[in-house]
Design a protein around this ligand. Structure first.
Ligand SMILES: NC(=O)c1ccc[n+]([C@@H]2O[C@H](COP(=O)([O-])OP(=O)(O)OC[C@H]3O[C@@H](n4cnc5c(N)ncnc54)[C@H](OP(=O)(O)O)[C@@H]3O)[C@@H](O)[C@H]2O)c1
Length: 245
């Protein structure tokens, strides 16, 4: 028995790679490719059991809500969802008995980077995150950097030291801040997904770095989520929840 899968955002960089990965997997059957302007009804008509969402931050919530309301398990890779959006999608999942899985980053190396950064956080005083993506990326900072900062903050019991270094004469020079973790977003042509977490304490620096050189890095995580989503509960956030770390 194969699982029927529909892809939303199928013509995008991630969507087209995901279509290829689904087609290459003997346990999965690609039954719908939804591109901008198409009706999401095609997913229902095709009998899709799982939808994979890789569109844009402005449309991801409505697309996912449609899938869940129609009883289709949904795997979301598009970034930009707020915690309020996640609560809403979790509520729809519960109500309609379709599960929702969201990962800001499907690359195993990125998940390990987040895990290592969280583990190291209690032992340092300052933290900076530098993320780099393609210049076309529609949101900043990246979902991965926000998730990394959240996990690092959860792992600590005391506040970070947040040095500004005197006057910030150029507004934004110290980046954005997530409860003491400074986040810097670089946008350069040709980048895929790159992040460094830099932790400091007197006399030492620990740098944890991950690079996705191409979109193939995300596919094993996406396929794993597609295969597991029906056995999860309501809303699950983070690929680490599917891995035995
Ligand atoms: N979680 C992860 O591991 C991960 C990894 C990489 C990227 N991402 C995220 O995935 C998302 C997509 O990235 P990408 O690089 O593939 O971007 P992309 O190449 O710009 O693809 C987005 C696609 O969505 C389509 N689209 C726009 N509005 C739509 C709608 N209402 N319904 C259906 N499709 C719609 C676009 O169509 P048009 O071209 O016609 O506008 C485009 O084909 C971004 O949010 C990115 O940050 C996540």
């Amino acid at each position: 028995m194969t699982t029927k899968v529909g892809v939303i955002g199928a013509s995008g960089k991630m969507g087209s790679e995901v279509c290829r990965a689904v087609e290459a997997d003997d346990d999965l059957e690609l039954v719908a490719r939804v591109v901008r302007g198409d009706s999401l009804g095609a997913l229902v008509d095709s009998g899709a059991e799982v939808a994979i969402e890789f569109s844009i931050p402005d449309s991801v919530k409505d697309n996912a809500a449609f899938c869940l309301r129609n009883g289709i398990h949904t795997v979301i890779g598009t970034t930009g969802l707020t915690s309020g959006d996640l609560d809403e999608l979790g509520g729809l999942a519960k109500k309609h008995e379709a599960n929702c899985f969201v990962a800001p980053n499907f690359a195993i190396g990125a998940v390990l980077m987040m895990e290592f950064a969280a583990r190291a956080s209690p032992y340092f005083e300052v933290a900076e995150i530098v993320e780099r993506h393609d210049k076309e990326k529609l949101d900043a900072p990246s979902g991965t950097s926000l998730r990394t900062a959240a996990l690092m903050n959860e792992a600590r019991t005391k506040p970070w030291d947040t040095p500004v270094g005197g006057k910030e004469s150029l507004p934004g020079a110290r980046g954005g801040e997530v409860d003491g973790v400074h986040v810097h977003s670089l946008r350069t042509p040709g980048s895929v997904a790159h992040q460094e977490v830099i932790l400091g304490s007197p006399g030492q620096t620990l740098t944890i770095r991950h690079d996705s050189q191409d979109r193939g890095s995300f596919m094993p995580g996406v396929i794993l989520a597609v295969k597991r989503v029906s056995s999860l509960e309501d809303l699950t956030v983070g690929l680490e929840r599917l891995l035995d770390l």
